[in-house]
Ligand binder design. Structure first.
Ligand SMILES: [Zn+2]
Length: 274
C-alpha cells in the first residue's frame, strides 16, 4: 500500500505544477487510467528494504497474457532469450516462504508459487506478499490429493476452494495449475483447461529437493538440468531447499539466465515459435 500512497501523493504533487506540460499529461493519464488496487490494506506486512543497491536480475517488463490456445500441458517453453521459470510448490510456509521471498527480492528474481489452498487460508499475509512483490500465484489444490483418483466434481472442488482462497488473500486469480505429484489424466487436463483456462504446468528440472539431499546436491541438480525455457520445480515447504537458493540463483544468474513467471514464459510461446 505504501507504494500506492506514494503514487497518489505523486499525482497530487504533479497537479500542483500546472505549468509543467509533461506533468499535466502524466496527470491526465493517471486520471483516465486510475491505478487498479486489487490488494486489501495489509498492516501486518512491511516490505523489507533491498539488501543491495543494484538488483542483479534485470528488471523485465514482459507481457504475461498468454493465449488460451498456447497449449494444455507444459514442461518447458522454448525461447530465444535464456528465460526460465522457477516454481515453488506446497507453501506458503510461515518461516521458509518469507525467507525465500527475501532471497528473491535481494536479486530481483520473480518466481511462481503453486500454493496449497488450506495453507493460503492459514497464512493469507504471506500470499499477499508473494503477489505484492511481483511473483505469480498458481493453483496447487486445497488438500494436495492425487487428482487422478478423483471425480471431476471433486477436482473442481479442490480447484474452486483454492482459487477463492487466493483471491481472498491477494486479490488476484491464479492463471495456471500444477497437479500434486504431477498426476493428472489427459481428460482431466482438458476439462480443467476448458473450465478454468488453466494450463497444466509440469516441469523439466526436478532436483528431488523434498528428499532433502542437501543444499549442494539441490544446487548441482538444478544447475545441471536447467536450459533456456526450463521450468524448475522446488518446494518452499523445506528449509533445506530455501538454504540452497541463494547460491543456486546466483550461479544461474552468472550463467546468463533470466527469471520470469510461468505466465510470462507461456506468453513467449507464440513469439518464439512462429
Ligand atoms: Zn505439491
Amino acid at each position: 500500500m505504501k507504494r500506492f500512497f506514494l503514487l497518489f501523493s505523486g499525482v497530487l504533487t504533479l497537479a500542483a505544477c500546472s505549468a509543467d506540460k509533461t506533468a499535466q499529461a502524466d496527470r491526465k493519464a493517471a486520471v483516465s487510467n486510475p491505478p487498479q488496487v486489487l490488494m486489501k490494506p495489509n498492516g501486518a506486512y512491511q516490505t523489507p528494504p533491498y539488501a543491495s543497491a543494484a538488483a542483479r536480475n534485470p528488471t523485465l517488463s514482459l507481457p504475461s497474457n498468454f493465449s488460451p490456445n498456447a497449449g494444455v500441458t507444459f514442461t518447458n517453453v522454448a525461447n530465444n532469450g535464456n528465460f526460465i521459470a522457477l516454481t515453488f510448490d506446497d507453501g506458503p510456509h510461515p518461516k521458509n516462504t518469507p525467507r525465500l521471498l527475501d532471497i528473491l527480492r535481494q536479486r530481483n528474481v520473480k518466481a511462481t508459487f503453486y500454493v496449497i489452498g488450506k495453507s493460503v487460508k492459514l497464512y493469507p499475509d504471506i500470499v499477499r506478499r508473494i503477489h505484492a512483490e511481483g511473483h505469480e500465484l498458481g493453483n496447487h489444490t486445497w488438500n494436495h490429493p492425487n487428482l487422478a483418483n478423483l471425480s471431476d466434481a471433486k477436482v473442481r472442488q479442490e480447484l474452486d476452494s483454492t482459487r477463492e482462497a487466493i483471491i481472498s488473500a491477494a486479490g488476484v486469480r491464479p492463471r495456471t495449475m500444477r497437479p500434486p505429484y504431477g498426476s493428472l489424466k489427459t481428460t482431466q487436463r482438458q476439462m480443467i483447461h476448458r473450465a478454468y483456462g488453466y494450463p497444466t504446468i509440469l516441469w523439466d528440472v526436478d532436483p528431488l529437493d523434498w528428499k532433502r539431499p542437501g543444499t549442494s546436491v539441490v544446487r548441482s541438480r538444478i544447475l545441471n538440468g536447467t536450459k533456456s525455457g526450463s521450468i524448475v520445480l522446488a518446494h518452499d515447504l523445506h528449509s533445506t531447499t530455501v538454504d540452497a537458493m541463494p547460491s543456486t540463483i546466483d550461479a544461474l544468474l552468472a550463467k546468463g539466465y533470466r527469471f520470469v513467471t510461468v505466465s510470462q514464459l507461456l506468453a513467449m510461446k507464440d513469439a518464439s515459435r512462429p
